[in-house]
Design a protein around this ligand. Structure first.
Ligand code: IMP
Ligand code: MG
Length: 185
């Protein structure tokens, strides 16, 4: 498989030369395997899948269709605030799931774990809701944390030290709709 964009994909990317890191077929195969692992990990109880918007939306929609058991689906919208723009360390929920979280197996679906600050704050917040269990499935992990987050049970791919876009990931809201994951630089 070539890492160079076809003319069609180049047009979709607004003419930008993005290098393909994980192509559509590679992603589909991995998402299928993750779905099987997640199915096996939750033999009983109520499973509530929580997609962290907006970056997880494509991964989330593909992943839930590979999970072979009953589940409910909702979203989380986090907002960082403080002096810095992102990863300021302060995270609050600007959309909180309507359904009660108590006694349910919660599976958080995230696009990419970078510094891990967003995820750590989110997990601390959700743990106060007394779920039956709390686990994370991240599409990508940059593996920058000296100590891994124990709740991160599933990772699609280790991420190279690059700025990745596509398959839900954006750069200033561009490129979310690209069907592959690519390196912007
Ligand atoms: P963290 O709190 O530093 O782990 O930041 C995680 C968030 O930053 C992710 O949910 C993404 O929205 C964003 N992010 C981090 N790295 C990338 C990247 O390479 N491409 C696109 N978004 C990224
Ligand atoms: Mg983002």
């Amino acid at each position: 498989m070539s890492s160079v964009l076809s003319p069609e994909m180049r047009r979709r990317a607004g003419g930008r030369d993005i290098r393909i890191v994980f192509d559509e077929a590679t992603i589909a195969a991995r998402v299928h395997a993750l779905g099987q692992e997640i199915t096996a990990a939750f033999p009983d109880g109520e499973l509530l899948v929580l997609g962290l918007l907006k970056g997880s939306f494509i991964f989330l929609s593909d992943l839930v269709r590979q999970i072979d058991r009953p589940l409910h689906l909702d979203f989380l919208v986090a907002s960082s605030y403080g002096s810095e723009q992102v990863s300021s360390g302060n995270v609050r929920l600007v959309y909180d799931p309507e359904t009660p979280l108590e006694e349910k197996h919660l599976l958080i679906v995230e696009d990419i774990i970078d510094s891990g600050r967003t995820m750590k704050k989110m997990l601390a917040l959700l743990a106060t809701r007394r779920p039956a269990s709390l686990a994370v499935c991240a599409l990508l992990n940059k593996n920058l944390l000296p100590v891994p987050i124990p709740e991160v049970r599933w990772v699609g791919f280790p991420a190279p030290p690059a700025f990745l876009v596509g398959y839900g990931l954006d750069h200033a809201e561009d490129y979310r709709h690209l069907p592959f994951i690519g390196d912007l630089n």
